[in-house]
Ligand binder design. Sequence first.
Ligand SMILES: Cc1ncc(COP(=O)(O)O)c(C=O)c1O
Length: 471
Amino acid sequence: MGSQEESLSHRGLESMAEFAQMAALMKVFGNIYNKEKNPDGIISLGVAENSLMHKELAAYYENKIQVSPFSLTYGEGPGGSSILRNALASLYNGKFSPTFEVKPEHIFVGSGVSGVLDLLCHSIADEGEAILIGRPIYTGFSHDLFGRSKLKLVPVSLKGVDPMSVEAVKFYEKELQIQKNHGVKVRGMILCNPHNPLGKCYTPEAIKAYASFCNDHNIHFISDEIYALSIYSTPSNTTAAPFTSIFAVPGLLDLIQPHLVHVLYGMSKDFCANGLRMGCLISPWNKPLIPAVFSVGVFQWPSSLADIAWRTILTDTTFLDDFIEKNQKKLGEHYQILVNWFKKMDIPYVHGSNAGFFIWVDLTRYLEKIKLPEGDDGKVPGGKTNLPWAPAGAQKRDAILWDKMLNGGVYVGTSEMFFGEDHGWYRFSFSTNTEELELGLSRMEKVLKGVENDGVVAGLDGLKLEEGAKN
Ligand SMILES: Cc1ncc(COP(=O)(O)O)c(C=O)c1O
């Protein structure tokens, strides 16, 4: 008789281990707040979901989604219907000023950007090869790169240099050399523009500098533009760099071999529809790539209902423009609610965000209030990041603070989840409805004031969710 583990492939066992973090989060999501059904549940200010337009979108879809007999068939095959790919090409041509015409045949549609990035990784790199990304990093990239294709995410430490600056590129250069010296082949880099978790956009100058870097080393330049239309302005923030798609950067194609340039875009963020699982790859110049992606893309064949949902809104330009405008206005208002709270609490945060649904926040002063038990080495077993430069105990204190917040009924993303340079930083999302946002912040205030005033002498309390997920 063999063990259950022995019944799995080596790949399967690696995936099982990788699932641990997601499993912990799924417990949080299994006990999520609902005013009527689960008022003691956790308020999520941690997930990048924008519910500010959910009511409008749900009402719109109630009248608009029509299931035809054709949508019950395999249709045109994987990769998205031609109507949807035409509509996406029009979106890019109409709203992002590309320096060339984006065509439907440049586009492959799959189940969400995570899924499409997995397909891209599978097609451009072999197991063990690396992709560079500057810290802090959207947490899901590590899974998207490694989950199936087993690529290595190499976080690039920027040592306090502005990640949006041209200067940051030299750290990529350095990291690439380190990987080379260790015999690891770097295949590409991802620029998250607009940036998650910093909520900022890259200037054309910075994008050009990254393009030259990629070209010099013959590596892929993947531009994740999933927040491209989730841009807002606030009275306190009028000078932030606007969003520029990599396709709109003048002179870019003189700097990089075009076949190395790819864009990722999706429905989850700008269309407030994470649950519909739609995303696309736009790769205009790499001829062999699209069939390679199609081949594995059979496993990510989007549902025709989701295809209809995306193309319906994209082709209804009056509704679309109104939707984008209202969404951006609401994002600006909610950004301000969160910033006002930081000011009231005297909490430092990264200023000047103008994109996405979140703010990167410095809670390090609360870590100092947490005393570790005698003899505790301050490390968290299975911790995602090992930061050799972190002060002793910071990782454990960070985990304890996060635990306190969860037990206080509110979830936010930790620095460790986002490969931050330092412990004690958190990503707060502001795109939940106003009542929930305010309740979440009042719960958070109670937790942080308790930590500040009374201190904490403890180990991990243990997630109350361990007792069993509700809802
Ligand atoms: C930068 C970025 N890329 C990709 C994704 C994944 O998007 P999707 O829901 O389309 O898989 C997210 C989701 O949070 C994200 O923030």
